[in-house]
Design a protein around this ligand. Structure first.
Ligand code: PGA
Length: 252
């Protein structure tokens, strides 16, 4: 099955109003001539209004990097999915490995965040992936399975109908060490098969991104793999030309 590619930027805690303005303009203008690839940028919360203002009416969507699992309440410092919708978000990343590692987010909590996002009409991007130690210990599949199964148990496989999964091996994030296309394809196949064991149709339509040091010079090879449906891009999403080159690789 030929799935349309999605290239999503994850800006993390970078940028500022001035810097973002140039980046958003350049991405919006560059994407105008690439109707065959889906593109989104996930920006820090304070810049959602700026992203909305710059990207409305273009073919670049925007989103956030985290969301709270509750609809509303006394949760100082947190942001709900409905608030993200207020700023026109289409996507939200849940369960990024930095959230799991530094803020102790469990797979169960991530599944709750996923459901809150979906309930509000957002498309969640569920991140899964193993550490280097786990890969070397031969438990990559067990780790990815646990992260995926937590969602399927809580929400049912139907939840994956309007969702994106991003396989991001922790050892490849921000390290310049990309998984080889074969290594990534192997885990992507595993994810798709696991979903297929519940529902074949949902599995074959599922958008599975690869993330971890994707650059302009390795994107085409990764995106050529049959189960890699695009990328979640960190560092390279902060440089317009580099990010647009990755998007261009998604046109194949
Ligand atoms: P990277 O980050 O592209 O800088 O490795 C990817 C991510 O964390 O989503």
């Amino acid at each position: 099955m030929m799935r349309r590619k999605l290239v999503a930027g994850n800006w993390k805690m970078h940028g500022g109003l001035t810097q973002n303005a140039g980046l958003l303009d350049a991405v919006r203008d560059g994407m105008a001539s690439m109707p065959d690839v889906d593109c989104a940028v996930c920006v820090p919360f304070p810049y959602l209004a700026q992203a909305q203002q710059k990207l409305s009416g273009s073919n670049v969507k925007w989103g956030a990097q985290d969301v709270h699992q509750s609809d509303k309440g006394a949760f100082t410092g947190e942001v709900s999915a409905a608030m993200l919708r207020d700023f026109g978000c289409s996507y939200v990343i849940v369960g990024h490995s930095e959230r799991r590692a530094y803020y102790g987010e469990s797979s169960h909590l991530v599944a709750e965040k996923f459901m809150a996002a979906q309930k509000a009409g957002l498309t969640p991007i569920l991140c899964v992936g193993e550490t280097l130690e786990q890969r070397e210990g031969g438990v990559t599949e067990a780790i990815v399975a646990e992260q995926l199964d937590a969602l399927i148990q809580l929400a049912g496989v139907q939840a994956l109908r309007n969702a994106v999964v991003a396989y991001e091996p922790v050892w490849a994030i921000g390290t310049g060490k990309t998984a080889t296309s074969a290594q990534a394809q192997e885990v992507h196949t595993f994810i798709r098969r696991r979903v297929a064991s519940h529902d074949g149709q949902i599995a074959s339509g599922l958008c599975i991104l690869y993330g971890g040091s994707v650059k302009a010079n390795n994107a085409a090879e990764l995106f050529a793999m049959p189960d890699i449906d695009g990328g979640l891009i960190g560092g390279a999403a902060l440089v317009a030309d580099e990010f647009l080159a990755i998007c261009r690789a998604g046109q194949i």
